[in-house]
Write a protein that binds this ligand. Structure first.
Ligand code: SAH
Length: 513
């Protein structure tokens, strides 16, 4: 009897070829990553990262990617270099895509060369993705260009790790002192006095400008300026610590003219944004652009309503009126959840309250027919492009929204379906842990954009010492609530908008700007 042809058993596949990307994570600022580095991270199945690679970058890696921290602090290594090499080789041979994320550039004192050698020797495919090195970027963020026409035409990147006193030092101090205009020392902050001694002993003038930049490109970057004669002492007094680069040469004095990063109005200020995460972006970005560090700490979270009632869509609406960005996202998500899309809105015309809402609608590929000049129910009604009498209107919005607009329109003879598509739920875990930072004096300001949030915060912070944390409010209503609840309001925005609030923060922290 003939047997029916049987499909061959799938053979266990040999692992596809793995690949290890040696990626420069840049000096700290998470935006200083190359596009190629970003792609390697996004495609990684394994991420192996150092202490100096900003951990925020890991957010770009797929959630399911394995994350391995291999440490590398001066005295304390989570893994030895040999173990790291072995790990990279092993994962590569398993056929995995590995992103080896290294601070700065992988080939500048990062032992990237050794990792590449180990991979090459084991026959694992690898690729080098350059990074922004701290040797150049930390200096530049301090307002020090490492070369400058007329002042400097050679510059050297030097390890400060070596014991300069050891006779077999591989550093040719006599050449470094006299033949190189800018010398940038990495590592070994504690060896600064020896470095200075070697340079001056070999003929570098004690008057040579010098600067040390620690945590370059980070929100808490610090710079100490001086000359070879006093830089070590000044750093000791200032308590500078690693990671830091030391720049020696006439360019170090250019900081006086070219300082930019740490002279921005909110530089070094840690400012809490209390809005829901979904709405915090704009304020957070503006704080960061002004040099501050935005700490997102909401007490509420926007949650889509599970299966909102969209049965009204069975008959055509004349208008769909969106009152918020969340309303747009959550309605679209609800439609998708029901196996539909915007076409379910048929020929309905679209109104969007506020420019952000309009942008969210347009981003979904849908044209907006009407945007009122202001969001006050009366204005919306007065400016509406046609009489609403007899019209069917869909209002997808928050569960707890006010009733003004629907009742106004119903009074004018419209059929208004108010469909809650999202709600705000409390989530106070963040503030609970923020308390400790406030008490430790690690928070410079709290910003409030709504009375409801002020109430949540006032309850959660009750009885603690604010320890110098200032309070900024978006407008008089929010400020009055705060004052009523016993909070001392330091500043109220003059214009009751997010840009207005930012202006107030600048006035608070940099009154002269
Ligand atoms: N591959 C890295 C350097 C690794 S060696 C690069 O290209 O930047 C580690 C040293 O780099 C530290 O000891 C410190 O000297 C320097 N460094 C790294 N990040 C730094 C930062 N954000 N600010 C100042 N120095 C930094």
């Amino acid at each position: 009897m003939d047997e029916a042809p049987v499909a061959p058993e799938p053979r266990p596949e040999r692992p596809a070829a793995g690949k290890v990307y040696l990626v420069g994570a840049g000096p700290g600022d998470p935006e200083l990553l190359t596009l190629k580095g970003l792609r390697a991270l996004q495609e990684a199945e394994v991420v192996v990262y150092d202490r100096l690679a900003n951990p925020q970058l890991l957010e770009h890696a797929p959630e399911r990617a394995e994350r391995v921290y291999v440490g590398k602090e001066a005295q304390h290594h989570a893994m030895t270099q040999e173990e790291i090499n072995a790990l990279l080789v092993a994962r590569g041979l398993e056929g995995r895509v590995v992103c080896r994320l290294k601070g700065g550039d992988p080939f500048v004192f990062g032992r990237g060369g050794e990792e590449a050698e180990a991979l090459a020797a084991a026959g694992v495919e690898w690729e080098y993705v350059p990074g922004v090195t701290s040797a150049i970027a930390a200096a530049g963020y301090a307002g020090i260009p490492v070369t400058y026409r007329g002042l400097c035409s050679t510059f050297a990147i030097v390890t400060g790790h070596e014991d300069p006193a050891k006779p077999e030092s591989s550093i040719r101090w006599e050449h470094l002192a006299r033949g190189v205009e800018t010398a940038v020392f990495l590592m070994g902050v504690e060896r600064l006095p020896d470095i200075v001694a070697q340079l001056t002993a070999h003929g570098r003038s004690p008057d040579t400008p010098a600067a040390l930049v620690s945590w370059g490109t980070h929100p808490h970057q610090r710079t100490v300026q001086g000359t070879l004669a006093d830089i070590a002492e000044r750093c000791r007094e200032a308590g500078c610590s690693a990671p830091a680069v030391t720049i020696v040469g006439p360019v170090a004095a250019l900081r006086e003219r070219l300082r930019w990063f740490d002279s921005r109005p909110l530089f070094g200020k840690r400012i809490v944004v209390t809005r829901a995460r979904e709405q915090a972006g704009d304020l957070a970005r503006r704080i960061e652009q002004a040099g501050g560090e935005a700490i997102l700490c909401p007490t509420i979270r926007i949650q889509p309503v599970d299966k909102p009632d969209l049965s009204g869509l069975e008959r055509p609406y004349d208008w769909v009126v969106f009152t918020s960005v969340n309303g747009v996202y959550c309605l679209l998500a609800a439609l998708r959840g029901a196996g539909k899309d915007v076409r379910a809105l048929g020929q309905a015309r679209i109104a969007a309250i506020g420019p952000e809402t309009a942008r969210a609608v347009e981003a979904a590929g849908v044209r907006v027919d009407f945007v009122p000049s202001e969001y006050v129910a009366e204005r919306v009604a007065a400016e509406f492009p046609e009489p609403v009498s007899g019209r069917r209107v869909l209002l997808p919005r928050a569960r707890e929204a006010r009733e003004v607009l629907p009742s106004l329109w119903r009074g004018q003879g419209a059929v208004v379906d108010v469909v809650p598509v999202y709600e705000t739920v409390t989530d106070e875990t963040g503030v609970a842990s923020l308390r400790a930072r406030i008490e430790a004096g690690e928070v410079d300001a709290l910003t409030f954009t709504a009375s409801s949030t002020v109430r949540n915060y006032a309850r959660l912070l009750h009885g603690i010492d604010l320890n110098g944390t200032r309070i900024a409010c978006i407008g008089p209503v929010t400020a009055a609530t705060a004052t009523e609840l016993g909070l001392h309001v330091d500043i109220v925005a003059e214009v009751y908008t997010i840009p207005g609030l930012l202006q107030a923060l600048k006035a608070l922290f940099s009154p002269r700007q």
